[in-house]
Design a protein. Sequence first.
Length: 395
Amino acid sequence: MDADSPPENADVVVVGGGVIGCAAARLLASDYDVVVVERGKLASEATALAAGEVTISPSYTDYPEVGSHALEFFYEYDGTGEFHYEDRESVELVPTERIGEAKRRSERLASAGYDVDFLDGDEIESLYPGFDLGDEFEGGVRHVETGFVDPYTFATTLADDATERGATFLTDTAVTDVLVDDGAVVGVDTDVGRIEAPTVVVAAGWRTSLFLEDVTPIPVRPYRTQCIVLDLGSDMSETFPMGWIPGEHVYFRPELNGDVLVGGWSFATDDPVGASGNADEEFVQHVADLAPRFLADGDNARFVNGWAGVDGATPDTRPIIDAPADAPDGLVVATGFHGRGVMTAPVAATLVRSIVTGEETDLPREPFSLDRFENRSREFRFVSISSGDEAYEED
Ligand SMILES: Cc1cc2nc3c(=O)[nH]c(=O)nc-3n(C[C@H](O)[C@H](O)[C@H](O)COP(=O)(O)OP(=O)(O)OC[C@H]3O[C@@H](n4cnc5c(N)ncnc54)[C@H](O)[C@@H]3O)c2cc1C
């Protein structure tokens, strides 16, 4: 829609047209008059830069319903418009000194019903010829319930669906203020005019905590994370799994054109706007050194492309999807997706809809509630999920 003539009112205004705003708008638009306001182009920030990995089942082994909700959505949504969900297992390569621990963990997960098993190095190499593991990685944990998507196509397909259901998208339009009257949200101001609405969903990525600074404290800080693409001279698209290497700060997945994407190397940043959009030279070098240690054609690796982007981190790495008790009525927050926003979008959308409508959902609310944090300051220690090592922390 033309940003010069925004609608004057709506049932729900969504602030932010990333994957979370688009997914939430789609689920709300069937029953509400929804306006999504995006300061730039749709899905042009963290969403456009994501690797698109869907590793939500291994990330939520304490809440299996979270992983299964997301996976069911991806299976069902596959084939909608241009959207494709690529079902692909993952291998978490385990350094030799952690083999015992990894075997125990995979047994525990398998007995809890996860499709997980431990493979020794020979089994990995015969199943996936792209690997050459040597003595350093004597095995790995195979997680079957994983896959990947193209994040931009995913978000724009959600937006197309939302539009079909009646949602309006205003791009190149910033929301400047949330309007509150008598303890309740009454709308937003944008740089092209006011939109009155009793419900405002703030899905503004890492900017959410700054945007709501005067409304309610949100413990989300920006961090920078990166990806590079390698051409190994062999086609990895069919034969290669996804995976990650604890302690090495990397995850990887095949590209459908046969290349390999390697991501990770995440650090908190105090300069999210000025931060470079290129992959760091140290990261490129790290991957160049690492590739021959686990890839059969690692010595042939040729750098194709690299980039960095900024996402929002929370103290415990899980997002905040909530109507905060101390915020004005009608304010819903969906932020802090900490490297997992693409895979968590179906879950976030269902939770946002449930908060707005009051409908029941089988999804748990507690891992996403704001009041799980006693301290809501933005000054917390950043935990990198791409280290693949829960114990790994840095300032
Ligand atoms: C390099 C990289 C790799 C990643 N890999 C993965 C992965 O493999 N799997 C995965 O699940 N996740 C991954 N992520 C994380 C994922 O990209 C994010 O968690 C997800 O995109 C967050 O979506 P979002 O909608 O919250 O944020 P965003 O995509 O950042 O969208 C927020 C939007 O809000 C808009 N906005 C902000 N303020 C305002 C305002 N005042 N008015 C109007 N609009 C506003 C912004 O312009 C922006 O478009 C990766 C991220 C990066 C950077």
